[in-house]
Design a protein around this ligand. Sequence first.
Ligand code: SF4
Length: 260
Amino acid sequence: MAKMTRATARKIFERLAEAAPAPKTELHYKNPYTLVVAVALSAQATDEGVNKATKSLFEVADTPEKMLELGEKKLGDYIKTIGLWRNKAKNVIALSKKLIDDFGGAVPKTREDLETLPGVGRKTANVVMNVAFGEPTIAVDTHIFRVGNRTGLAPGKTPLDVELGLEKIVPADFLLNAHHWLILHGRYICKARKPECWRCPIADLCGFKEKVMSPHAPKKSEPKKTAAKAAKKPAKKKPAAKKKLSGKPKLRPVKKKAAR
Ligand code: SF4
């Protein structure tokens, strides 16, 4: 893949900005604290699922103090529909306590401080800094990781590689919203299994070799099976019978020596 130039990167962001002039996070929140909680709950869950759960939660607990008052058990009842909810409930209570103990109940503004909160990693810290405090950070989630690699904007093996690559190539005037544009692009057009390249506004600038230029093309993970292919499929080998392991060794009968 040819190296992406700054001029091409600028064109990409001009077009993404044209498609979504005022991009916003799709997570619902009321203040920096509820944003931290919503982002912490959103790991391996959809924004839609998190919003459903937090709608009534944030009516009763929108500050760390109120969350501690609610307690872990009742918090669990609100977020039971979200994956890994038990662990997340623990983290939300622990981070609320830490906010009160170490930061006077306010959400800190630096990545270093944010990362000291239980359940808050670099990605969550970047979202909070960007959305709540207007810092030009890029929180690399699964969508941004994919788009960064496919397009050639910021190829990298780890989310941190992609984040640092994007920081270098995204023009400064697009940096604040770059993270939202890339997430929206990945979520709705440059989808994981079947990117919708046929309607992609940056298709002519994208370096991805395996573009899908028709909505009728099969999904990547669903190759068409022909009868011949299906027939060729090797039969599964029967697993060899496992040797029984028990404490007692089996004793073989001792053969009697024939009398001479
Ligand atoms: S052309 Fe296809 S692979 Fe490239 S950004 Fe658009 S949707 Fe993604």
